[in-house]
Design a protein around this ligand. Sequence first.
Ligand SMILES: *[C@@H]1O[C@H](CO)[C@@H](O)[C@H](O)[C@H]1NC(C)=O
Ligand SMILES: *[C@@H]1O[C@H](CO)[C@@H](O)[C@H](O)[C@H]1NC(C)=O
Length: 478
Amino acid sequence: MATTSHQYTLRLFVLSCALVGSVLCKDLQADTYHTIEVSSLLPSASCKHSATKGDAKASSLKVVHKFGPCASLRRLGPSIKQPTHADILREDQSRVNWINSRLTSKVASVVGPNQVGQSDVNIPAKSGSTVGSGNYVVTVGLGTPKRELSLIFDTGSDLTWTQCKPCVKYCYEQKEPIFDSKASTSYGNISCTSSACSQLSSATGNNPGCSSSACVYGIQYGDTSYSVGFFGKEKLTLTPTDTFDNFMFGCGQNNRGLFGGAAGLLGLGRDKLSIVEQTATMYGRYFSYCLPSSPSKTGHLTFGKGTSAGTLKFTPLSTISEGASFYGITIQGISVGGKKLSIPASTFSNVPGIIDSGTVITRLPPTAYTALRNAFRQLMTKYPTAPALSILDTCYDFSNYSSVFIPEVGFSFSGAVEVNLDRTGTMYTASTSQVCLAFAANSDDTDVLIYGNVQQQTFEVVYDVGAMKLGFAPKGCA
Ligand SMILES: *[C@@H]1O[C@H](CO)[C@@H](O)[C@H](O)[C@H]1NC(C)=O
Ligand SMILES: *[C@@H]1O[C@H](CO)[C@@H](O)[C@H](O)[C@H]1NC(C)=O
């Protein structure tokens, strides 16, 4: 019943606005809302493929959610479990801790060659626990003959790696057969004395090791997620026409972690070893992606400059000192329900900000988060509240509603770029009786601000790294 009365209030309001005329209505029509069908908050059980935009100049890969019906990674054995929402949010906090530790710590100690096969991997833990490495997966081809591998793509790290036979120490369960470098005619080890091997220090945060002249890498995403193995070269196939010989990647012999059945990771960071740099002559350090609004839909990851840049708005990208892999951005303000919040400018200018494909929930300085949450709560008083969900403290019970009105949330980025989040970019849905504001506060006003992937959903997000700018366009995918 409540639904109907709300709808009536709004309809009457809009109607009276139309009658009164636009000048007065500017004052009257204070708040802007998204109307959301409550049933649409839950992903459907089957995959609905979105059409990928054809573009002659660019190469697109389909993006799917790691645990959604489009990935089919989850229909594996008992070791790959669908995580609970509390698990996802706990992993997300671990990723945030890992990002903060990377911004404050120097290169760690050497990866010993014996770590390829030893049980105790001594890559030093930096500040903390496990880490979620992102939720979105693309499929690429590796080797000759080509093998298809589903990799998590991650703008917050650089090294691309996949699990490799013979899995000297350990490989976790994955969807596709494990890559066998011996069965590929194009694989080669990279030598310990090469400059590419030394580059691992900045790309992974660990100095490389050496095993009978083969370069050994180690990368850790927290205490329990890591990959250690041989640093090799291989033919990479992104699309049938776009192939790269001697692509440098990690051939993982000892791998553990929460990769959810994916074969490894695709590193889209800013270091020389990232795929963005390794393919620079072909794509000019230009890539874009669209993350779908739901795990039951697909998005895309596109390399190279497309032609459809009409609606893009660009904000400058910056380099973060001590965290050169990350894509730095500057947020200047937040609006809720169409009204700009009064947050002191220093709240944003005092901390570095990054955009990250692997962090789920946007992390804000506590001062900014509190202002956002309070304004949001004020506009949501008509709905019954629900218990907090892990790091999310503002949740609602919509189980008695068929549709709800959610205040619009918008961000201003430097360069006068205003981004009004999509209707799916504001809330995190555990169930219709627990739908939460998808933002969280950092523990400290000095922690890095992270613009996370819920907020990026359905936007075409363009990384023009050559020109050091980041573009947003709405409606990049469904
Ligand atoms: C790469 O180096 C490792 C360690 O020395 C060795 O076991 C493996 O056979 C080498 N692979 C190739 C293709 O040379
Ligand atoms: C939903 O409606 C039922 C029946 O009117 C009521 O008992 C229940 O408390 C309502 N739940 C919420 C969360 O408002």
